[in-house]
Design a protein around this ligand. Structure first.
Ligand SMILES: O=C(O)CCC(=O)C(=O)O
Length: 282
């Protein structure tokens, strides 16, 4: 007789669940919580050093923050944007590709402003350990906030929204990608789970207003709803601009428990992922 749990839990009842353990089930992930300046070259150098340090500590998967090469501000998006059609002509993509290749590491490259035919997107590029660009995710759910006297910001004033979900098969499992506000939409995570994703990586830059209330809560909710790993990576806090970032890059396991997290300073979170915990939880 089918158990009550199997039929009442929609996730368990899905007979087409394509979950499979990848070859490497246990490995280290690094979340590089970077400090972002208004000097792009400095941001690239800093990220390069952080990737090297994380790789030397044994990380096989590395996640960078949302908007790590560019301040999260309307004054910089257009100025810092790069065209990705020719990878070699993009300083950001070249740096990520070289870093992935020289350290033999999978990189979920945070997000940076992308220019495509005069339009801007908030885009994450994913590189394999051979340095090849494997996929590109454009932020689907653009963020808008207006708290009078506190913060006002509307991403759609600068960016177009992406219209594609992104699942990448890598040496370190099947990765689903979202950017920041994408984390607030359970449907996206549920879709990834249905497609056999092991970990969803969300580069993000929540602000202090929604960060304190929601950042941890929604990560743990996405993990526990879908019984998979959630990794987030934020820039570190900079209180000088109009948008104060929350920080707190975090890794959550399928039970909803937080495995590792940061404060709001620049740091690298290194933690172990064990995908057998997905099976155990389910
Ligand atoms: O969803 C939120 O509360 C914050 C999202 C955000 O800061 C962003 O998408 O940039």
């Amino acid at each position: 007789m089918a158990s009550l749990w199997n039929t009442s839990n929609p996730a368990m009842a899905d007979a087409s669940d394509p979950f499979q353990l990848p070859n490497i089930a246990k490995f280290k992930v690094a979340l590089c919580q970077l400090s972002v300046t208004s000097d792009k070259n400095q941001n690239l150098d800093r990220a390069g050093i952080s990737i090297k340090t994380a790789a030397e500590q044994g990380a096989k998967l590395l996640v960078l923050p949302e908007m790590w090469n560019c301040p999260y501000s309307s004054d910089y998006f257009a100025k810092f944007a790069e065209d990705f059609t020719n990878e070699d002509a993009s300083p950001t993509l070249s740096m990520l590709s070289d870093a992935a290749n020289s350290h033999g590491i999978t990189i979920v490259g945070g997000s940076v402003p992308e220019r495509d035919h005069g339009r801007l997107y908030n885009t994450c590029c994913i590189f394999g350990p051979d340095g090849k660009l494997k996929a590109k995710h454009r932020k689907i759910h653009l963020f808008a906030i207006d708290v009078p006297g506190e913060i006002s910001f509307k991403e759609s004033d600068f960016f177009l929204a992406g219209d594609q979900t992104t699942i990448v098969d890598t040496e370190v499992g099947r990765i689903g990608v979202g950017i920041c506000h994408d984390l607030q939409f359970p449907e996206l995570a549920a879709l990834y789970r249905k497609k056999g994703v092991h970990i969803i990586c969300y580069p993000g830059a929540f602000n202090v207003s929604t960060g304190e209330l929601l950042w941890e809560l929604v990560q743990r909710a996405r993990a526990v709803d879908n019984q998979l790993f959630i990794a987030t990576c934020s820039p570190s806090r900079d209180s000088t601009g109009s948008y104060t970032i929350w920080g707190h890059s975090t890794l959550v396991e399928p039970s909803g428990e937080i495995i590792a997290t940061a404060g709001h300073e620049e740091t690298i979170v290194i933690a172990e992922i064990d995908y057998s915990k997905i099976q155990l939880q389910r």
